[in-house]
Design a protein around this ligand. Sequence first.
Ligand SMILES: [Fe+2]
Ligand SMILES: [Fe+2]
Length: 254
Amino acid sequence: MRKNIALYSGEEHRFILLNESEPGEEDGIPSNQFLILHKGKGTLLDPGGFGVMPQVLNELLQYVQPEDIEAIVLSHQDPDIVGGLTTWLRLCSAKVYVSRIWQRFLPHYGITGMKQRFIGVHDDGENFTFASGLELQFVPAHFLHSPGQINVYDPIAKILFSGDVGASEVPSENCEVFVESFADHLPHTAGFHKRYMASNRALRYWVQQVRKLDIDIIAPQHGPLYRGQAKEDFLNWLYDLPCGADLLDVKEND
Ligand SMILES: [Fe+2]
Ligand SMILES: [Fe+2]
């Protein structure tokens, strides 16, 4: 189990990778949880499934008390993101940000009080300024894989939290914090992107948006992070990748 890692540390602003959580008995894929600290307040990105919640809380308490969590961002609707949310909602009074298209589905996780706590993010993306003064840019990443996925760009840390884009499954004993060589990393991530991502059109659109941002690190919800040459190689690979619906074998005049 690796330790928490400060990906960015400024005077009143930090971007922390909380140590990668094993879902334990749920036998699921390990996930990354990220905590942005700004002027003493915390923003939690993709809090994780039900099984990892106690461990994520344990790590988070080293930095911030639950009452000082001002926002929780859900990149999309999946159980490895939302499964622990009911417990988080009881512990803190944070607002929860999620794509508008998923708001009506979340009550099925047993979540109540949606109207007071949840903010639906517009399809085109939005910029938000939280009570601490933290400014975050919510970047659309639709159809990758979720029809309503949002990425989070932190312009101070120059980190893009990319949700499931760039996700990989690397055996935990070999899992470094950053991808060293994208060519070596490819077998851990190619199958997931080909099967789960909707289409090359969606990938290209995303890569074009991402290239407009000044990004040092792309931080996915699963597996190691991308920076430097590995980040460039990753973006170039995605731009040309046929995936999802592109791979359906549609016969003309069938
Ligand atoms: Fe997902
Ligand atoms: Fe995921």
